[in-house]
Each structure stands twice: as structure tokens, then as C-alpha cells.
Design a protein around this ligand. Structure first.
Ligand SMILES: [Zn+2]
Length: 512
């Protein structure tokens, strides 16, 4: 049994210089794109899909997200990262989530992702205090049954959180810091042991759609032996190693305060960089950092919506491109951008950098941002040989868009309209690994209503828990706010924040 899509406008994204559609037929068999070309001759076992008035594109790859923030979607606003984390990643009062709740949470996240055209999620899952295999299995089970492709971590923090941000610990009452520091943290060996077991566990799920991912949270949040060990393991098993880096000005100051150097240089020096490394964010980088990242083949997930919402800054898009660093696009967590819909991120990336640089020649093209949202993310996820473009031999992760909607009326450049005019409502079919998982906007693999009801049953409990942790963690608020204030005013040669006139000149330093 094979699928034959006939007479469609296809944006293959195979050519780095063009996202213009071609009029093509497409055959999918055993999960693979087997034929692509004009006028394919139908075979007896082909199920034919009429592609007239339809646009076919690769599925989107969300290169950085955290499904586990589901309970916090839409809860907070107007807080910088360090303060927002106090409440979304509470230090006090959190308890391990049950596998049943984790399954409900993951299903809901995958449902909204799939229905918006995200066929692959790089899901940096964190559980508190640490993740166990049963919790990881609940995520994998949900993704297996719903039919999404995913890299799932394994997120680990193994330093006391109050010691990971400069100017914080001294400002918190001693008994509270003692309590935080007394919490047992995993050693590098324990995390690598867990990861070896996770590698075995993942074999039982998802017909190779699902992979385990190593995810040391950030250089300042993990010990050097853990960062280096995770990198080495990722290289040995061809896995992604996912690390948060230089998301905020505070983290820029962290590098000099804690290590006397930039965080990328520190990671290089301890042996924690490789082509398997993906940095989430990478906003506050200088030219030396970019050179180090390019030399080591590191990828970066750019998360413009999250960066805007948390006021983190603006990634230097054109300098990354010129340095030759691979860029993917991510929504970041379900609370820091409040959406898993990658098309919105592709649009934000296409727009944001136009106000960050006065030179129109430096602005992102739609071809660049569409490729970052597909093949760029696939490369950062170590999946570039399997997905990200529409080419013969690739796994069939494919979207079909209805071109008769108002969003595509009047028809012009379809790639431009997909990014700037489309809001997701024209998405008609979503195919993952050759299986149609969404048709006419409805999920086929599971009962949508049941997924929503299963999660909502937890809501009263969630709200009560959050009200309690919000209150408990206010004890840290003044110290974290003061640290943010101090770091914001620390002089720096790098500035990525739009509209800050006093730093306007350095924003363009080194460009062209
Ligand atoms: Zn993140």
C-alpha cells in the first residue's frame, strides 16, 4: 500500500537557495518518499490523493521545547527568565509528577504540535527532583501512540540552583540556601548510567521515530564532568546533546563571574562541544564564540518568541549565518512562549531581524527561515539524513495545505504566503513517517476530546499546587530581581536588546 499525491505545488526545501514551489507528484511507501517528479504513473496499490490546489511542504521541526511546562501555559507575563523560572521551575514545593499525569501532559502537547504542522519535537523534558525511567517511559508511550517524531531528554541540573546565578546566594536567608544546597543532586556517573538505561528503554517505542537525548541544562547548572561525559556519550551513540546557552544578559555575566571567560570558551575547554551539541538560544555571543561554535560544528536553536516574551534579547541572525553555524527554530517551553506552533516562530524569525539591522540585505529570507524550521532543526536533532526536506529516500514527514482558503487568496508567492499570510488554519493533512496522523484538521491516531479531558481532570490539583509554590518561592524574588538588575547594568561589549539606544552601536559591531 502506497500513497500517491498528484499534481501538487511542492516546496521541497532541498535547495538552500530557493523555496519556490514545483509542480510535482509524490509517492510514499513504507514510510519513505520513494518517487518524486512530474507525471508519476499510478500503480495498483497506490491510494491517490488529489494534490490540485494543495501545497505540500516538509513537516516542521521544533528544535527546542519543553512539553513539561504544560501546566504553566499562559500563567505568567512580564518576567525576565530568571524571575519567570522561579515560578515555572519552582525551587520549593515541587513534587514528582505521576507517570499518568506525564502521559496526559505529553499527549496534549503532541496534539497541539501535530495539528499545527510540527512533525518532530526536540522535547527537553525536565522532571523534579530528577527524572526516573517510568516518567520517561510515559512521555515515550504518549508520543509513540499519537504518532509524532521526537527526541526526548533526559534534562539534568546537578548544581544547587541558587549557586548558578551570580549575586543571588548572598541575598537569600541562610537557612533557605542551606535547604536548597542540601537537596541531593545526581552525579555525572549517575546521570550517564540513567542515560544508558534510557537508551535501552527507547528501543521499545516508536519504530525508530523516538530517540533519547542528553540534556545537561546549561554550563553554569552542571558539573564539568557531567557536561563532558554527556557530550562524549552523545558522540558515541550519535545522539543530540542539548544545552541552554547565553539566553540572557545575566548568563553573559555568569561566564565572566564564575569561569573568567565566555561560556562557549568554557565548554570548549572542558571538552563539551561537538557536532552533536545544540545550544538553545545563543543570544549573547561575541565573534570568538561564533568561531568556536562553527569550528566544533555546533547547532543553535533560535527561539525568537520566547526571547521576546522573556525580554532576553535578539540573536545575531546574520552573523550566525555568516559564521556558518547551523540554525534551527524552536518555540521553547509551553510557558515561555505559550505556544508549540512553529509556524508562528518561523514568522517571528522572518520579521524580528528586520528591525535589528538597518541593512535589508542582512534580513532573513523566507527560504532561510523555512529551512531553519525544517532541515535546520533536523540537522540539529541529528536527523538530517532522515527528515527535513522532501527528497527521495527521506522519511515521509509531510504537510498538505489547502490553497483555496482566504490565507492563500489571491495566490502569489506561496512560500511568502505560507510564512506571512498563513495562520495554520489551511493545514489539511499531516503525515509523519508515512502515516496520515491529521486529516481535515482532525487527529486520526487518538481521541482528541479524550486527550483534552484527561488533562483537564488534573486542573484543580494543578491550580492549588501552583498557588502554593508561587507563594513559597516568593522568598527568592527580591534576590533574583536584584541579581537581574545588577546584571542588566553590567557593562558589556555585546548587546542584543532592541530599542536600547544607549547600546545601539555595539549591536552592529563586527557586522560587514
Ligand atoms: Zn529551554
Amino acid at each position: 500500500m502506497s500513497l500517491l499525491i498528484r499534481n501538487a505545488d511542492v516546496i521541497t526545501l532541498a535547495d538552500p537557495t530557493s523555496s519556490a514551489p514545483e509542480h510535482l507528484d509524490l509517492r510514499i511507501a513504507d514510510g519513505v518518499i520513494t518517487d518524486l517528479g512530474p507525471g508519476l504513473v499510478p500503480r495498483d496499490d497506490d491510494e491517490i490523493i488529489d494534490g490540485r490546489d494543495r501545497l505540500v511542504t516538509p513537516g516542521f521541526v521544533n528544535a527546542h521545547t519543553h512539553s513539561w511546562e504544560a501546566p504553566f501555559k499562559g500563567r505568567y507575563d512580564n518576567m525576565p527568565l530568571e524571575l519567570w523560572m522561579l515560578y515555572s521551575y519552582p525551587l520549593l514545593g515541587s513534587a514528582p509528577c505521576s507517570p499518568d499525569f506525564i502521559r496526559a501532559r505529553s499527549q496534549l502537547f503532541a496534539l497541539e504540535s501535530l495539528k499545527s504542522g510540527v512533525t518532530t519535537v526536540v522535547d527537553d523534558v525536565l522532571e523534579t527532583p530528577t527524572q526516573d525511567l517510568e516518567q520517561l517511559a510515559a512521555v515515550l508511550d504518549a508520543y509513540d501512540r499519537i504518532g509524532i517524531r521526537a527526541n526526548v531528554s533526559g534534562h539534568v541540573i546537578n548544581l544547587p540552583f541558587v549557586d548558578t546565578i551570580p549575586y543571588v546566594a548572598d541575598r537569600i536567608p541562610g537557612e533557605v540556601t542551606d535547604q536548597i544546597r542540601a537537596t541531593a543532586l545526581v552525579t555525572a556517573e549517575e546521570y550517564l548510567d540513567y542515560s544508558r538505561q534510557a537508551l535501552n528503554l527507547v528501543q521499545g517505542f516508536g519504530q525508530d521515530r523516538l530517540r533519547y537525548m542528553l540534556a545537561p541544562s546549561a554550563p553554569q547548572r552542571c558539573s564539568a564532568d557531567l557536561l563532558a561525559g554527556a557530550t562524549e556519550m552523545a558522540v558515541r551513540h550519535d545522539l543530540e546533546c542539548h544545552i541552554h546557552l547565553l539566553e540572557t544578559k545575566t548568563q553573559l555575566v555568569t561566564g565572566t563571574e564564575f569561569y573568567g571567560t565566555s561560556l562557549p570558551r568554557y565548554l570548549r575547554d572542558i571538552g563539551a562541544l561537538s557536532p552533536h551539541t545544540t545550544f538553545a538560544h545563543g543570544i549573547w555571543v561575541d565573534d570568538d564564540d561564533l568561531e568556536i561554535m562553527a569550528d566544533h560544528g555546533v547547532s543553535v536553536s533560535h527561539n525568537p518568541l520566547s526571547n521576546l516574551k522573556l525580554g532576553s534579547g535578539v540573536l545575531p541572525w546574520r552573523r550566525y549565518r555568516e559564521a556558518g553555524v547551523n540554525l534551527g527554530l524552536g518555540t521553547d517551553g509551553w510557558s515561555s512562549s505559550d505556544t508549540p506552533r512553529l509556524l508562528e516562530v518561523i514568522k517571528a524569525a522572518s520579521l524580528l531581524h528586520k528591525v535589528a539591522d538597518p541593512d535589508p540585505a542582512a534580513w532573513p529570507t523566507v527560504t532561510e527561515t523555512l529551512r531553519a524550521g525544517t532541515v535546520g532543526g533536523a540537522a540539529s536533532a541529528r536527523l538530517a539524513d532522515r527528515i527535513g526536506t522532501i527528497e527521495v529516500g527521506k522519511r515521509a514527514d509531510v504537510l498538505m495545505w489547502d490553497l483555496t482558503t482566504l490565507n492563500f487568496t489571491p495566490r502569489q508567492r506561496l512560500d511568502h504566503q505560507l510564512v506571512y499570510s498563513e495562520n495554520g488554519s489551511s493545514l489539511e493533512r499531516v503525515i509523519v513517517d508515512g502515516v496520515v496522523v491529521v486529516e481535515q484538521g482532525r487527529l486520526l491516531t487518538m481521541d482528541e476530546q479524550q486527550i483534552v479531558e484527561e488533562f483537564n481532570a488534573y486542573l484543580p490539583e494543578i491550580h492549588a499546587w501552583q498557588d502554593r509554590t508561587d507563594r513559597l518561592n516568593q522568598v527568592f524574588h527580591p534576590a533574583f530581581a536584584a541579581s537581574y538588575e545588577t546584571c542588566s547594568h553590567t557593562p558589556s561589549p555585546i548587546n542584543r536588546r532592541i530599542g536600547d539606544g544607549s547600546h545601539h552601536a555595539p549591536l552592529h559591531a563586527g557586522h560587514r
